[in-house]
Each structure stands twice: as structure tokens, then as C-alpha cells.
Design a protein around this ligand. Structure first.
Ligand SMILES: CCCCCCCCCCCCC/C=C/C(=O)SCCNC(=O)CCNC(=O)[C@H](O)C(C)(C)COP(=O)(O)OP(=O)(O)OC[C@H]1O[C@@H](n2cnc3c(N)ncnc32)[C@H](O)[C@@H]1OP(=O)(O)O
Length: 361
């Protein structure tokens, strides 16, 4: 029996070499890497010259590991050999002249930069897998937390949408007259939503969201002072047009903010919604605080007249200290709060759009 050389096709990656030996139904395989860094191949099979014993040897360009991975199929023998060092080789063999039986395996062939990209993609995939696995392992309650947040955001979204739609419809039907009974038609829902919003201060404390505790506190406390103390406790304030402006400005941002959070809970993003969530506050926040300041100023006289919440003082000091003094201090705090939250939202906006830009690049 003649001993022949089969056709061998090769390709490489930074860490390994792939050889495809064109031999079908190969048996009695004897494949090894000798100490002189040479691959010895011998097998019985069906090749270009029919059934025969085929053999070849290849002295590699650089050291390889001696362990070999091979698989014989009906059509070919696949061999995988690991390089000793992860490096790109400019050719397979030590000898410069390519053996006649050797050719590139174009099914697997990649040039160096493509192989680097493939390597990078594999690395990224590995890192992503590890980070997802470790997140799931670290936090077995992730699903529960997301479910809770989704429901919370959904309820808030429905509440604020109801207020917004109700006010808009009344504005179209009644025109300016609708300004005067905003409180009586929407206050219950606003009470409900704003009481629920206390959870927005608790959520970051429990580590459920990445929001800063302080900005959330300023936001919730600021609104609740206006809603419960100024509008809720003074009947004289309840039919003033300022209620309309305050409620309308609050609900306008919330009908975009809560759906944005809902999508975040299911790892989804709508670009337009994200843009609205991180842009609408620019006009709405100062207008909202301005409307709230008008409400506080209008209430000062009423608190002075009714002496509601006034602090009793000895007769020598005038009998009582009107709550309006506290509110005057609060007015200053409001603009301080506006500054803190404006800066916070500005940073959030930059972070959000900068990271999106980076992802696009
Ligand atoms: C000692 C008491 C002092 C009191 C002093 C009071 C002074 C008061 C002065 C101020 C008064 C303000 C009154 C308010 C007026 C108005 O509202 S006017 C209308 C316009 N208003 C707005 O635009 C503000 C809307 N509100 C907010 O944006 C927030 O409440 C905020 C706290 C101010 C900022 O939000 P924040 O959560 O920090 O930013 P985000 O980028 O949206 O979120 C950060 C990450 O957290 C995730 N997340 C947050 N919440 C949730 C949630 N519920 N569900 C799911 N996920 C959530 C969010 O997705 C972000 O995650 P990443 O995208 O991965 O970063």
C-alpha cells in the first residue's frame, strides 16, 4: 500500500490553530505533537487517491502545546492545537516555503484584525454573562423588586394621567372657569399620588433605585408642603387659579417620568420618552417652583388672619407667632431646593445623554 499525503487546510486565532485534513471515514488515527514542535499525522482513510494510508508532518512556526483536540467525521478530520503563547503568526510552519499539501481554510480564515474583533466580542460576551449571572446570584429578589417598582410606577402613571386628562378636558369645556375648581375635582387623586410618592424617598434608602435620597426628599417634601399645608388646610386657597397651574405643571412631567421608569424596569427604552423625561423639566421645574411660590405668597395673608398653625407666645411677645414667618423662611428654602434639584437633574441629563452617545459610537 502506498503512503500518501492528504490535503490539509489551516486557519488560526491568537491562541489556537485549526487544521482540516481532507480525509473521509478516517480510522486508526495517530496524531501527536513531538518535542521538536512537529505535528505527526497518520491515518487510514479515503482521500484524493482513494482508500489508503495517509500521513504528513508539520513543524510549527512557534511552540505549541502537546495536547491535541481532534475529531474524525465522515468527511474530514478536524484538529485543534493550542499555541504556547497567544500571538498572531505570520505563517504556520517554521520553513518559509509552504508545503504543497497545505492551503488556507477559507471557511475559518480570519485576518489578524478580524480575529482581534472576534476575540473582543467573545470577551465582552463573557463579561456580560458573568455580570448578569453575578447580578442574579447576588440578588435573588431582583424580579420581585422590579415587579414592585413596575406596579408603583404604573399606579402613579395612571393617577397623574387621570389628573392631567381631567384638567385638560375641563379646560377645553369650561375655559378659564375650570381654574377655580381644580382642587375640588382632582385633590383626592393628587393626595393619593403624593402620599404614595413618599415611597420615592424610601426606595433609594432600601437600595431599590439609584436615585439620590436628598433630591427625592426635596421633591416630595416640597410638593407635600404645598399640597397638604397650603392647599389642604386653607379652604380660602382651594378655589384659586394657582392650584390649576401647580397641579398641571406637576402632572405634565409625571405622565412622562413614570412610563420612562416603567420601561426601565423591563430594560426597555424609547428614545423620545427618554428625551422628554430628561428635557421637559428644564422649563417645567422653574415654572413649577414659581407657581408654588405664588401659592405660598398668597397664603401668607390668610395664615396671618386665621392664625392657623401659629406658635403661642407669652402676651408680652405679642401672643403668637404667625405661621407666615415659617413660610417666609420656606420661600427661601424653595429656591435653594430648586437650585439643588435643577443641578441634580442637569447632571442626570448629561450622564444619560453622554452614556447614550458613547454606546452609539
Ligand atoms: C428638610 C426639608 C427641606 C424641604 C425643602 C423643600 C424645598 C422644596 C423646593 C423644591 C420644590 C420642588 C417642587 C416640585 C415641583 C415640580 O415638580 S414642578 C414640575 C417639574 N418637575 C420635575 O421635572 C421633577 C420631577 N421629579 C424628578 O425628576 C425626581 O423626583 C428627582 C428626584 C428630582 C430626580 O429623579 P432621579 O430619580 O434622581 O433621576 P432619574 O435619572 O430619573 O433616576 C435615577 C435612576 O434611578 C432609576 N429610578 C428612579 N426612580 C425609579 C422608579 N420609581 N422605578 C424604576 N427606576 C427608577 C432610574 O431609572 C435611573 O436609573 P438609570 O437610568 O439606570 O440611571
Amino acid at each position: 500500500m502506498q503512503i500518501l499525503t492528504p490535503h490539509v487546510y489551516w486557519a488560526q486565532r491568537h491562541s489556537e490553530i485549526f487544521l482540516r485534513v481532507d480525509l473521509s471515514d478516517a480510522k486508526d488515527l495517530d496524531i501527536s505533537v513531538q518535542e521538536n514542535n512537529t505535528l505527526q499525522f497518520k491515518a487510514q482513510g479515503h482521500g484524493a487517491k482513494g482508500d489508503n494510508e495517509y500521513k504528513f508532518s508539520l513543524e510549527f512556526r512557534e511552540p505549541v502545546r502537546t495536547e491535541i483536540n481532534h475529531k474524525s467525521t465522515q468527511r474530514q478530520v478536524d484538529i485543534k492545537i493550542r499555541k504556547q503563547e497567544e500571538r498572531w503568526w505570520d505563517r504556520l510552519t517554521l520553513q518559509e516555503k509552504k508545503p504543497l499539501f497545505l492551503a488556507p481554510d477559507f471557511d475559518r480564515w480570519l485576518d489578524e484584525s478580524d480575529a482581534e474583533m472576534e476575540l473582543q466580542a467573545k470577551e465582552e460576551e463573557k463579561i456580560n454573562k458573568i455580570s448578569v449571572e453575578s447580578r442574579v446570584r447576588k440578588d435573588p429578589y431582583l424580579g420581585l423588586k422590579r415587579g414592585y417598582l413596575f406596579m408603583y410606577n404604573l399606579v402613579q402613571f395612571l393617577g397623574f394621567s387621570w389628573i392631567f386628562v381631567n384638567m385638560t378636558v375641563r379646560l377645553f369645556i369650561l375655559g378659564q372657569d375650570s381654574f377655580y375648581d381644580t382642587f375640588h375635582t382632582t385633590a383626592d387623586m393628587m393626595y393619593f399620588c403624593q402620599m404614595m410618592a413618599v415611597l420615592e424617598v424610601i426606595n433609594p434608602l432600601l437600595g431599590l433605585v439609584k436615585t439620590g435620597f436628598f433630591p427625592a426628599m426635596i421633591q416630595v417634601a416640597g410638593r407635600n408642603v404645598i399640597l397638604f399645608v397650603i392647599f389642604g388646610s386653607l379652604e380660602e386657597m382651594q378655589n384659586k387659579p394657582v392650584v390649576f397651574f401647580v397641579f398641571y405643571l406637576w402632572s405634565t412631567i409625571e405622565i412622562f417620568r413614570y412610563p420612562f421608569y416603567m420601561l426601565a424596569c423591563i430594560s426597555t427604552e424609547w428614545k423620545l420618552l427618554t428625551w422628554l423625561r430628561y428635557s421637559l423639566w428644564i422649563p417645567l421645574y422653574p415654572l413649577g417652583v414659581l407657581a408654588e411660590a405664588v401659592a405660598v405668597i398668597q397664603s401668607l395673608v390668610i395664615f396671618d388672619e386665621t392664625r392657623m398653625f401659629s406658635v403661642p407666645l407669652p402676651a408680652l411677645l405679642g401672643g403668637s407667632l404667625s405661621f407666615s414667618y415659617t413660610l417666609q423662611i420656606y420661600l427661601v428654602l424653595m429656591f435653594l431646593g430648586l437650585f439643588i434639584n435643577f443641578r441634580h437633574l442637569y447632571k442626570q441629563r448629561r450622564r444619560r445623554f453622554r452614556s447614550r452617545k458613547r454606546k452609539v459610537q
